[in-house]
Design a protein around this ligand. Sequence first.
Ligand SMILES: *[C@@H]1O[C@H](CO)[C@@H](O)[C@H](O)[C@H]1NC(C)=O
Ligand SMILES: *[C@@H]1O[C@H](CO)[C@@H](O)[C@H](O)[C@H]1NC(C)=O
Ligand SMILES: *[C@@H]1O[C@H](CO)[C@@H](O)[C@H](O)[C@H]1NC(C)=O
Ligand SMILES: *[C@@H]1O[C@H](CO)[C@@H](O)[C@H](O)[C@H]1NC(C)=O
Ligand SMILES: *[C@@H]1O[C@H](CO)[C@@H](O)[C@H](O)[C@H]1NC(C)=O
Ligand SMILES: *[C@@H]1O[C@H](CO)[C@@H](O)[C@H](O)[C@H]1NC(C)=O
Ligand SMILES: *[C@@H]1O[C@H](CO)[C@@H](O)[C@H](O)[C@H]1NC(C)=O
Ligand SMILES: *[C@@H]1O[C@H](CO)[C@@H](O)[C@H](O)[C@H]1NC(C)=O
Ligand SMILES: *[C@@H]1O[C@H](CO)[C@@H](O)[C@H](O)[C@H]1NC(C)=O
Ligand SMILES: CC(=O)N[C@H]1CO[C@H](CO)[C@@H](O)[C@@H]1O
Length: 373
Amino acid sequence: MTRLLSVCCAALQGITMEKVLVLPLFLLLSALTGVCVRSPTEIYVEAGEMVALYCRLNGEDNHRDAELIWTSPSSQEMDQTPNMSSAEQRHRDLLVHGRSLVILNATANHQGNYSCSLGNSSSQLWFRVTVSTKQRNESTYPQICYTREVCRLICPNVNAPDATSNNDIWHKEGESSPKASYFSSVEEKDHGVYTCTRSYLYYGQIYNMTFTVVLDIQPKERLRLPPVIISPKSGVIYVNLGSPKVIDCKALMYSEFDEVSWFSTDSSVETNSSFPVFYNYTKERNADGINMTASLVFKKVSDEDLLKNYTCKLQTVAGPSTSVTISLSQKHSPYYVPLALGIVGVVVMILAVVVYVRFKMISMRKNQTILRS
Ligand SMILES: *[C@@H]1O[C@H](CO)[C@@H](O)[C@H](O)[C@H]1NC(C)=O
Ligand SMILES: *[C@@H]1O[C@H](CO)[C@@H](O)[C@H](O)[C@H]1NC(C)=O
Ligand SMILES: *[C@@H]1O[C@H](CO)[C@@H](O)[C@H](O)[C@H]1NC(C)=O
Ligand SMILES: *[C@@H]1O[C@H](CO)[C@@H](O)[C@H](O)[C@H]1NC(C)=O
Ligand SMILES: *[C@@H]1O[C@H](CO)[C@@H](O)[C@H](O)[C@H]1NC(C)=O
Ligand SMILES: *[C@@H]1O[C@H](CO)[C@@H](O)[C@H](O)[C@H]1NC(C)=O
Ligand SMILES: *[C@@H]1O[C@H](CO)[C@@H](O)[C@H](O)[C@H]1NC(C)=O
Ligand SMILES: *[C@@H]1O[C@H](CO)[C@@H](O)[C@H](O)[C@H]1NC(C)=O
Ligand SMILES: *[C@@H]1O[C@H](CO)[C@@H](O)[C@H](O)[C@H]1NC(C)=O
Ligand SMILES: CC(=O)N[C@H]1CO[C@H](CO)[C@@H](O)[C@@H]1O
């Protein structure tokens, strides 16, 4: 995707790194769409290859449905490409597919500046196509796999019509026979430069598009677990009616945008501590992530509270939310347990005293007999 990315990066001017870190992805993407910068995207293609120029203009709302207009070096005038006659397209080995202009069989005649724009909008993207006849000179796509893990080489997705067959043909640089794109357990020695050739059928001809993927093999990454609720577990929590109760929901997460909150059966729980049931929370940041604790506070557990379910929900920006649901139940016969413990205690003490006295008397008698004799 380097070709596309260079367009994006150009459009990123004016957004500082700080903002990028804080901006949620969707904001970032929407910020990208309108802005356009005139420096052209460099495209290198080998003669005889196919290449697709993707127009990454989404347009502002009022231009969303506008036609894409391409200009090419061979025609100085504007091409209303959606209506460029197919004979004309074929003559030039050009094809418009969706938002892409496809050069089917690159020749020196295709070199030069291309642009796309949306309707009458002012934003315009430029591409500078260079056709090389010597060695392969094109964008490379980096890919990382981890030692002793499954690795599948990914042929970059291009913005061209569907390939004729799904069978991309892979070659490793310096080896003549084709390679499989799948490693069940990838090794250090598998790193290197791979090419992927994908075939397309147009006008009864097969055209090839070749991509270069640079595979890097790295040691296994330290596993980062998904955000998780550590406690409580779903189930019943025993409480004393009329007593205060605090239930801590502890979660481990990695993003400032992740949140832990409590819901009851019918609504979200208040965070206002003047309510009889509310929750408050703390966040602790450390090198491993963020520990967040949301404490559900019952000032006095009521009968009503026993009828509801309480759900602690962890909402994450990175994935689906997770939750645990608990309900409250009254502790059974709260006075029995201490009472029983008390009785056992008393019995044990009495026994101890009896045994002690008994031994004392025996030893005293022994002493007396020794003295008499
Ligand atoms: C591509 O162009 C070259 C040079 O004009 C020609 O020899 C070749 O047959 C063309 N390939 C296809 C698939 O049209
Ligand atoms: C393409 O545009 C660049 C400026 O962006 C210009 O310097 C160059 O001469 C143009 N090339 C052609 C073939 O028109
Ligand atoms: C652009 O075209 C739209 C209709 O396609 C029209 O409503 C709008 O006024 C035009 N804007 C300019 C600046 O010409
Ligand atoms: C491709 O070739 C051009 C000159 O023909 C050179 O300026 C450019 O750096 C080369 N790009 C790569 C990726 O080799
Ligand atoms: C396209 O690739 C296939 C398989 O690699 C090859 O047999 C064929 O000759 C290529 N066609 C062109 C026009 O380069
Ligand atoms: C909390 O609730 C009380 C009573 O409903 C209200 O008076 C108070 O303004 C609220 N406090 C906050 C911070 O919302
Ligand atoms: C949450 O509220 C409880 C009860 O008012 C209080 O004891 C506790 O300190 C509060 N915790 C935080 C982090 O504010
Ligand atoms: C966060 O929670 C984890 C797991 O319970 C614990 O090992 C770690 O010490 C906690 N970190 C902080 C800063 O409380
Ligand atoms: C509480 O949860 C249990 C099990 O998840 C469910 O059977 C019960 O209907 C729920 N009660 C309410 C009031 O939602
Ligand atoms: C996609 C597009 O704009 N198609 C137009 C091509 O031109 C005919 C008339 O010649 C229009 O009817 C199409 O809408």
